[in-house]
Design a protein around this ligand. Structure first.
Ligand code: SF4
Length: 367
């Protein structure tokens, strides 16, 4: 029978023995040596390549990142290649990865590195933090992996493993609880092998200590793990409070001229501002979305648009929004819209910096 889960933030009766930090460290590093997956960013110590990987891996699965990472480094093998490139080209290579602000920051930071650091990666935390998009986590990951500096990183995977190892109950989104997890992490952290230690804990969280159904029987830390010993490791940490999914309707306009379509920057309501999209508007019903789209186009062009019957319907998710969309062909429109619009050749769309939602529409409507 599993033991009752302690109600206190931490049950001291279940602490690992005081002598265990060294043993935990050793077991983890030995496991990593024999179980580490061969990932392309593990074949290099180039801080630039490690930085690109860390940025791409934020909120994105490893399997998705690998082809993007390879292509990105083929096109921009150095910081200076990235700095010299136009932003549009960077966004094209990012297209499909999502969270485009990451690409914009990467590009800005590469320009700063070239202008102010002679293209070399600063080897200290304070300088790294001055670069756009480099927060506490990314700075510590790059410094520990590329420069072997003794910084422990605390991402979601690491935090879950540590919370289970020490049976810490709490919400990882609360700073106080993260600090508690950070304190326990510091107890087992290897200052001498910081990069490997950080990657090993991340690897353990990604492949063994899974959010659901941790594979404790295959875990090198089982012997010391309080979460395992109490019989319900999934009780640590507390589950993240989820924002309820909201239903939204979207009307998208298909402005087509021969082999070209017109796209705009941004979707609606401040979403997907960094990439090209079909002109679109949200609404609480399909009719309201279409009406808002009509008003939006009128505001942008001072002309009236007429729409045909929808040519496609689709569903798409953006964070907590569950979107049901319809694509309306524009039957007449007053010449070339101005401002942030641009005509794209249909054949070029797959390589363009368009959103996943736009890609879905292209697939549904144009094939
Ligand atoms: S024993 Fe289980 S719960 Fe504990 S760290 Fe290993 S996989 Fe996670």
């Amino acid at each position: 029978m599993p033991r009752k889960i302690p109600l206190k933030p931490r049950d001291r009766r279940q602490d690992p023995p005081a002598s265990s930090p060294v043993a935990i460290r050793r077991a983890l590093l030995a496991w990593f040596r024999s179980h580490a997956r061969a990932l392309p960013w593990r074949e290099t110590r180039d801080p630039y390549a490690i930085w690109v990987a860390e940025v791409m891996l934020q909120q994105t699965q490893i399997a998705t990142v690998i082809p993007y990472y390879r292509r990105f480094l083929e096109v921009f093998p150095t910081v200076s290649d990235l700095a010299k490139a136009p932003l549009e080209r960077v966004l094209e290579l990012w297209s499909g990865l999502g969270y485009y602000r990451r690409a914009r920051h990467l590009h800005q930071a590469a320009r700063l590195l070239t202008a102010e650091f002679a293209g070399r990666f600063p080897e200290n935390y304070a300088s790294l933090r001055t670069l756009p998009g480099i927060g506490d986590y990314t700075a510590k990951a790059v410094l520990s992996i590329a420069f072997h500096q003794p910084y422990a990183v605390l991402d979601g995977n690491v935090a879950r493993v540590v919370a289970r190892l020490f049976a810490l109950r709490g919400n990882l989104h609360q700073p106080q609880f993260r600090r508690t997890v950070g304190t326990e992490l510091a107890e087992i952290f290897s200052r001498l092998r910081a990069g490997d230690f950080n990657q090993a804990l991340m690897e353990l969280g990604q492949t063994v200590c899974l959010p659901r159904g941790p594979r404790c029987s295959a875990c090198p830390l089982k012997k010391w793990c309080c979460g395992f010993r109490c019989g319900d490791p999934e009780a640590f940490p507390l589950p993240r409070p989820r924002r309820a999914t909201e239903s939204h309707y979207l009307a998208a306009a298909l402005l087509r001229r021969g082999t070209r379509v017109a796209l705009v920057r941004g979707l609606d309501e401040g979403l997907l501002d960094d990439v090209w999209n079909f002109p679109a508007a949200f609404g609480r019903s399909p009719a309201e979305a279409l009406e808002r789209l009509r008003e939006k186009l009128h505001r942008l062009t001072r002309a009236s648009f007429s729409f045909g019957e929808p040519v496609a319907e689709f569903r798409h998710g953006i964070t907590f929004r569950a979107i049901q969309g319809r694509v309306y062909p524009v039957e007449s429109f007053p010449g070339m819209p101005r401002g942030s619009w641009r005509w794209f050749e249909l054949a070029r769309l797959p390589q363009a910096a368009i959103s996943q939602l736009a890609r879905k529409i292209v697939h549904r409507v144009i094939g």
